[in-house]
Write a protein that binds this ligand. Structure first.
Ligand SMILES: Cc1ncc(COP(=O)(O)O)c(C=O)c1O
Length: 402
């Protein structure tokens, strides 16, 4: 049957989805659901082998102590459920810690069976639902009577970890008030204290004083016969700096993702960490600027000579920090090119040089596991914190597990 143009238009009106397809006019388009993603969209890659390697390394460093993996803030950008699913079966992993209640629930819904510690805030409903799901709250306020109600309904004590503030001043019961709170909680049948914890300020000298306060408080209570469960304090920083703070379990985040929390730690031989996360995209445009041409808002870049530049669809809304324009480099076809002008919400521009070495569609790496483009390299080149590089990755970017 011959299709007239009129018949095609009528069919198109009845099938608006087909009309919006890039393959407009192709007969098969009516049956294929068009993708909402573009092959030019940036993506995040996750390297499970490196995640497992980093856990092995940490376990070696802490002489086999169990690891409570902090995977808050969407798994430091890698995806909270994705990280937990990769690590759940690892024998070194004791459990997972997150900040948002919603993340804790999402882990259970993703089939994670190991203990989940909720480091963040909660209301009474969260406590009750969390108890059903085996989500353990970190407690530092007098919530004993609420826990009594929940335990009564469930006919079993509510497990929790107590957080003591030894000087960070954020959350946690001040160490001077901790004995009274812990005595109150420990005295209730409704409560099962499974852990006691603190957080360092990461000021090396003051950390020693913090640990002294913590140990002294714990010793006082233990002498009274109060069981404090597993004691923990060590984040990634302490893995390098404070072996005396490894205690019963350790609680690193960034090191699990293979990134040195402080740039100087990579020059020690304490841990061999391998980045488990990368940010990539493809070049959407390459063009030659003439001498005197400008690029970026406020003409932040002025071409001193004729120069090739490439535009990549990654901006600060994707998690690539604005400060990257102050020295960060992007790897394309094996070479590193400086970010120039300014990073806008959805784009950045790199300077290629006098030759047309880059073309549309070439893949561009913002950070990955290779020397020169590790997160720490980006951090050193432009002053961005490695925490900002990964944790600010837009959760909508696709995560590809390799
Ligand atoms: C309470 C607590 N413990 C452990 C960590 C893990 O820290 P890091 O990623 O530096 O290892 C964090 C993260 O900020 C935290 O808030």
């Amino acid at each position: 049957m011959k299709h007239s143009r009129r018949a095609f238009l009528e069919a198109g009106l009845a099938l608006p989805v087909a009309l919006s397809s890039p393959s407009i006019g192709a007969p098969a388009a009516a049956t294929v659901t068009p993708s909402m993603e573009s092959s030019f969209d940036p993506w995040v890659e996750i390297y499970p082998q490196n995640l497992r390697h980093n856990v092995d390394e940490i376990a070696r460093r802490v002489s086999g102590r169990p690891i409570l993996a902090v995977i808050k803030n969407n798994g430091y950008g890698a995806g909270v459920a994705q990280t937990a699913q990769i690590l759940d079966s690892h024998s070194g992993i004791f459990g997972f810690a997150v900040v948002k209640f919603q993340e804790a629930v999402s882990l259970r819904r993703a089939g994670i069976r190991k203990p989940i510690l909720l480091l963040g805030s909660f209301d009474e409903d969260n406590l009750s639902y969390g108890a059903q799901l085996g989500i353990i709250p970190m407690v530092y306020r007098p919530v004993g009577s609420i826990l009594e109600n929940i335990a009564a309904k469930r006919q079993e004590p509510v497990p929790l970890h107590v957080c003591i503030d030894t000087g960070i001043g954020r959350v946690g019961v001040p160490y001077r008030d901790a004995p009274a709170l812990i005595r109150d909680l420990a005295g209730r049948k409704a409560v099962s204290i499974q852990g006691t914890m603190m957080t360092f300020t990461e000021d090396p000298d003051f950390d020693k004083e913090q640990l002294r306060r913590f140990n002294e408080t714990c010793a006082l209570l233990e002498e009274e016969g109060i069981a404090l469960g597993k004691k923990h304090a060590a984040s990634s920083f302490a893995l390098f700096q404070h072996p005396d703070a490894f205690l019963d379990i350790v609680r690193p985040g960034m090191a699990i993702y293979g990134i040195y929390s402080e740039n100087e730690f990579r020059h020690t031989n304490i841990l061999d960490l391998r980045p488990a996360i990368s940010l990539k995209a493809r070049v959407i445009y390459a063009k030659k600027l003439r001498k005197g041409d400008s690029a970026g808002y406020n003409r932040a870049y002025m071409a001193k000579d004729d120069v090739w530049v490439a535009t990549i669809p990654v901006g600060h809304a994707d998690g690539w920090p604005r400060v990257a324009a102050k020295g960060a480099k992007v790897r394309i076809n094996g070479d590193l090119y400086p970010v120039i002008a300014s990073v806008s919400a959805s784009h950045c521009i790199v300077e290629i040089g006098s030759e047309e070495k880059v073309k549309i569609g070439d893949s561009a790496t913002f950070f990955d596991a290779q020397p020169g483009s590790r997160p720490e390299d980006v951090s050193e080149s432009c002053g961005a914190s490695v925490y900002d590089l990964t944790m600010h990755l837009n959760p909508l970017l696709p995560r590809r597990i390799l």
